[in-house]
Design a protein around this ligand. Structure first.
Ligand SMILES: Nc1ncnc2c1ncn2[C@@H]1O[C@H](COP(=O)(O)OP(=O)(O)OP(=O)(O)O)[C@@H](O)[C@H]1O
Length: 647
């Protein structure tokens, strides 16, 4: 690629857009790169537009800031239109952070830049070409819960319902890994797993749904097809691709990136090989080398100034990762911006004593040092540990808020409402309908459900159609319900059908109106989740859902997005924040990007490898910190630092 001369900066400050929140037209406003970039950042930002760049850096060194400024530089210095730049990252939260930073610097152009996860980019390709890949109108995405539901049924059918819970889990995990491995063209096939997968995919296709791997597979197919086609409206050529959090990419995603680049867009990646959180999904640490081999003239810039943590934390983190580090050489050691208290390393014999120590520390902080509980976070490695730590803290009288995507929608009080919302976007989704029919009220008995399914299959109808055309035998209330004994017994099928239709009509009558959505959900919730039977808990959870709806409604300006589908997207993105009095418990994975004052990290290294950190360093830190406490004469845990840390 040849280097281009920067063009004139006529675009800078010239664009006019609209305010994302108020929808008001924005006045033309000058914008450009920030003035406070350090030399390393500036070097990466100001490379020519056609340079391929690797920005390698540790946490908090301004990787995202650098990428946002690189984008602004390309737009202003080279007159590249915003829609010709594609930003790719790995999580919705990362998109949110990137868009927020861009919006602060250049509100007028922020909405015009395409910022996607690999999944959402593929999904947008599929949305433009859904007929080509065999989907029908109204197709939807099967989320984790939908996939689990279908997989469970298929496994039961294939290997028998006598499978123990453990065997089931093992098989289900194997299938997930196998399914993902198939994205790799050279993957080995397994006939037994193929049989289950084929049934699973047939069931998904029957529901007019795609799962996450299916989205990537079809997106790749489309990108491959259009990478060879001449440019057209549907076939976009980008001038530059910017990839954030590149440490989380796998080979499949890299190949996809190259297809999207079509050999003409430059590629800038920023990442920290030591921060990879997707190695379990095949994130590959040698992609940096692959990129260098495949692309010409790759420039590397290393960022070392950490803006987020004290020198003490940077030192401790560097000591921890150094032995396994992919890139930390002496000249690349990160530097902290300020000094603070030393981190304490506490070695515990087992997980119970670890939880007890954390509980005692929280009591000390909240009772003796007046720290507000909601500013304390307990970070753990795995979801399983998160639940046991939360239970242990609750046992010791500590109120806990668990951070994690989908926790609200996964609540048993909300899950049927969530199924309902998905169902009314696509009435072909048998799995959502089955969920509503089975949980928690048995609208139909298992025998009736299987008869209805045979009826729908024999006529090639979605289950919902079949139920509406149903036969007299289905119209009988289930035999297990004695209405005279149970005033709040489940509705019969007629009532169920009529309430679903009525609630759907209310919601569809005004898809951008939060009041309609809440009204529709309130109506249907009487039939689906039985708040009366579950008591206050259900009411509290439902209120949380309704509050969320009300809070996101004003943010919706995009006419093409319905409130209910945005609600589903939003609930994945942001969870209900911790209320005053609640300590946050989260996996490290979910905590990334959140702001918190006090941190306690558990089991980061449950079985420490290597000698340095595990033995000497760990003990040294512990001794240092007790010595420091002794010197201070208090014997108490150190004060939480003044500055908040973004995790
Ligand atoms: N040159 C700078 N001057 C002042 N503050 C900066 C500078 N660079 C980065 N920061 C600040 O440091 C913090 C971290 O920046 P940023 O989120 O871009 O880092 P990151 O490397 O992407 O973080 P992560 O480790 O989460 O990937 C932000 O608050 C940012 O504003």
């Amino acid at each position: 690629m040849s280097e281009q001369d920067p063009g004139d900066a006529s675009l800078a400050g010239g664009a006019i857009g609209y305010d994302l929140i108020s929808g008001q037209a924005l006045e033309s406003k000058a914008w450009g790169i920030e003035e406070d970039l350090n030399d390393q950042q500036l070097r990466a930002v100001q490379l020519p537009v056609d340079a391929n760049i690797q920005v390698i850096a540790g946490p908090g060194t301004g990787k995202t800031k650098t990428l946002v400024n690189r984008l602004l530089y390309i737009l202003t210095e080279y007159n590249v239109p915003p829609e010709k730049v594609l930003v790719l990252t790995f999580t919705n939260r990362a998109i949110h952070i990137f868009r927020e930073s861009l919006f602060k610097l250049a509100p007028a152009i922020a909405p015009q830049v395409e910022i996607h996860t690999f999944h959402s980019y593929c999904q947008s390709l599929i949305s433009d070409h859904w007929e080509e890949v065999g989907l029908r109108p109204g197709w939807t995405v099967a989320d984790d819960m939908d996939q689990e539901y279908i997989l469970t049924e298929v496994i039961k059918e294939t290997v028998g319902s006598h499978t123990t819970a453990r065997e089931f889990r093992v098989l289900s995990n194997k299938l997930h890994t196998y399914k993902r491995s198939l994205l790799n063209k050279s993957a080995k096939r397994d006939s037994k797993l193929d049989e289950i997968l084929t049934k699973y995919e047939t069931r998904l296709a029957g529901c007019n749904m795609l799962d996450y791997d299916g989205i990537l597979k079809l997106g790749y197919r489309l990108a491959e097809k259009y990478s060879k086609a001449p440019e057209s409206d549907k076939n976009k050529y980008f001038s530059a691709l910017l990839i954030d959090e590149f440490q989380d990419a796998n080979l499949f995603q890299w190949d996809l990136t190259c297809l999207i680049a079509k050999g003409s867009a430059s590629i800038t990646i920023v990442g920290d090989p030591d921060q990879s959180i997707f190695s379990f999904q095949g994130a590959s640490s040698n992609l940096l080398d692959i990129m260098k081999k495949q692309l010409s003239d790759v420039r590397t810039v290393v960022l070392t100034q950490n803006y987020r943590s004290s020198q003490e934390i940077v030192d401790a983190a560097s000591a921890m990762i150094r032995e396994d580090s992919h890139f930390l050489g002496d000249e690349q050691m990160p530097v902290g911006l300020f000094t603070g208290p030393k981190p304490i390393f506490k070695k515990s014999l087992d997980s119970t004593s670890e939880t007890v120590w954390v509980a005692n520390t929280i009591h000390h902080l909240t009772h003796k040092e007046n720290v507000e509980p909601s500013s304390i976070a307990v970070l753990v490695r795995t979801n399983g540990r998160k639940d046991s730590v939360a239970a242990g803290l609750r046992q010791r009288g500590i109120e806990v808020a668990i951070y994690g995507p989908l926790s609200l929608l996964k609540s048993p009080y909300i899950r049927p409402l969530y199924s309902f919302l998905k169902f009314i976007q696509n009435f072909e989704q048998d799995i959502q309908l089955l969920y509503m029919l089975r949980n928690p009220n048995k609208i139909l008995s298992p025998k009736q459900i299987s008869e209805a399914q045979s009826f729908s299959r024999s006529r090639g109808l979605p289950l919902w159609e079949a139920l509406q055309q149903n036969q007299l035998w289905l119209r009988q209330p289930t035999t297990r319900v004695n209405k005279s004994k149970k005033p709040h017994g489940p509705p019969d099928l007629d009532q169920f059908i009529s309430v679903i239709n009525k609630s759907a009509d209310i919601i569809h009558s005004n898809v951008h109106d939060s009041e309609s959505l809440v009204e529709g959900l309130q109506l249907v919730s009487q039939y689906l989740s039985w708040p009366t039977r579950y008591g206050d808990k259900a009411h509290v959870k439902q209120q949380e859902l309704f509050d969320l709806i009300t809070s996101i409604a004003p943010l919706l300006k995009d006419e093409s997005t319905s409130l209910s589908s945005s609600l589903l997207a939003h609930t994945r993105l942001q969870d209900i924040a911790a209320k005053p009095g609640e300590v946050v418990v989260s996996t490290i994975h979910n905590a990334k990007g959140r702001l918190q004052h006090c941190l306690r990290r558990l089991g980061l290294r449950p079985r420490p490898r290597g000698s340095c950190f595990a033995g000497e360093c760990w003990e040294r830190r512990r001794n240092d910190s007790s010595a420091a406490r002794g010197a201070a004469g208090s014997g108490a845990e150190p004060q939480p630092p003044e500055a908040p840390y973004r995790m």
